[in-house]
Design a binder for this molecule. Structure first.
Ligand code: GLV
Ligand code: MG
Length: 319
């Protein structure tokens, strides 16, 4: 599902046409028990983590575990990813080489954390192409998911999004981001205490969303760390889903159903969207009119586009 294969269809629809990523499960790559359990969870996507959930002393061993877990299979149709270490470390190149040489045929994408400039994405693209050629994998199939986690990454986000056809999503990394800008709080995803004039994350989220949509990519919200508070997770997810984000990381089984539900349209909206599409198709083809009434609502071409997004997300979610 490399970016090169994404259907560059109707404007704004590329991200919706891609495979859904409503729930993206983070799995520590050094923990065989968590890896085994992940196979039972009804997530759209998962990533085996070699970065921040793995202690430096366990990085080498984790690579082997991750390769074995991918090669063993049992992942159904979930999107299979691995998060490698960021490019300021000594680990990234070995992560990529070991994982892709060892299990590239069983891998859909790599998550590249703490991306600060487009050149980092191009580096990964080039390395992936070399490995694919060397071991006989289809060139360009493995995608890249770029995490935006600090001020430099956000300022360069348009270039990062456009850096390679392999890029499939931009992922907001709230914990690292909040640390990097010195936000005065310890609770990820909640408003910083004292900021009582609006949403402290609105600019960041919209900046990432605009770069994603301008390049036909999915936009994914990061983790909510208070894993036992499902109501708070749902509240946090609803905010980014309302803006247009496609999904959110989940860290705990209790968060999975909430994410799958929140990032799909609800049934009433989905049914209404299909009704709009039918009514508008009838109006333009049979009646040859560009504007038509559906009950008390006036529909035109823009209404069709809005309905198409909701309908496509609903169809992808199996509504
Ligand atoms: C995720 O990587 C985060 O930093 O929030
Ligand atoms: Mg992070």
């Amino acid at each position: 599902m490399g970016g090169a294969d994404v259907d560059r269809g109707e404007n704004g629809m590329d991200a919706v046409a891609a495979r859904p990523r409503r729930s993206v499960l983070a799995v520590p790559g050094s923990n065989p028990r968590f890896i085994a359990k992940a196979r039972d969870l009804a997530v759209d996507a998962f990533f085996l983590d070699l970065e921040d959930a793995v202690a430096p002393a366990a990085k080498d061993e984790a690579r082997g575990l991750v390769v074995r877990a991918l090669a063993e299979g049992g992942w159904g149709d979930r999107i299979r990813s691995v998060r490698v270490n960021d490019l300021s470390t000594a680990w990234t190149y070995r992560d990529v080489i070991e994982v892709v040489e060892g299990a590239g045929a069983h891998l859909d994408s790599l998550v590249l954390p703490k991306v600060t400039e487009a050149a980092q994405v191009r580096w990964l693209d080039t390395l992936l192409t070399q490995i694919e050629r060397a071991v006989g994998l289809e060139v360009g199939r493995i995608g890249i998911e770029a995490q935006i986690e600090d001020a430099r990454g956000l300022v360069a986000v348009d270039a990062i999004a456009a850096a390679s056809p392999r890029v499939e999503s931009l992922v907001y990394g709230p914990a690292d981001f909040m640390a990097s800008i010195n936000m005065k709080t310890l609770v990820v995803g909640e408003q910083p205490p004292g900021y009582d004039v609006g949403d402290a994350y609105h600019y960041v989220l919209m900046r990432i969303l605009m770069a994603a949509r301008a390049n036909g990519l999915q936009a994914i919200d990061g983790p909510y760390l208070q894993v036992r508070d499902t109501a708070a997770f749902t509240r946090s997810a609803r905010r980014t889903a309302a803006l247009g984000f496609d999904g959110k990381w989940v860290l705990h089984p209790a968060q999975v159903d909430a994410a799958n539900e929140v990032y799909a349209p609800d049934q009433d909206d989905y049914d209404h969207a299909e009704l709009i599409l039918d009514a508008y198709a009838h109006a333009t083809t049979v009646q040859r009119r560009g504007a038509v009434m559906l009950g008390a609502e006036m529909l035109d071409e823009a209404s069709r586009k809005m309905a198409l997004v909701v309908a496509a997300k609903g169809r992808a979610a199996g509504l």
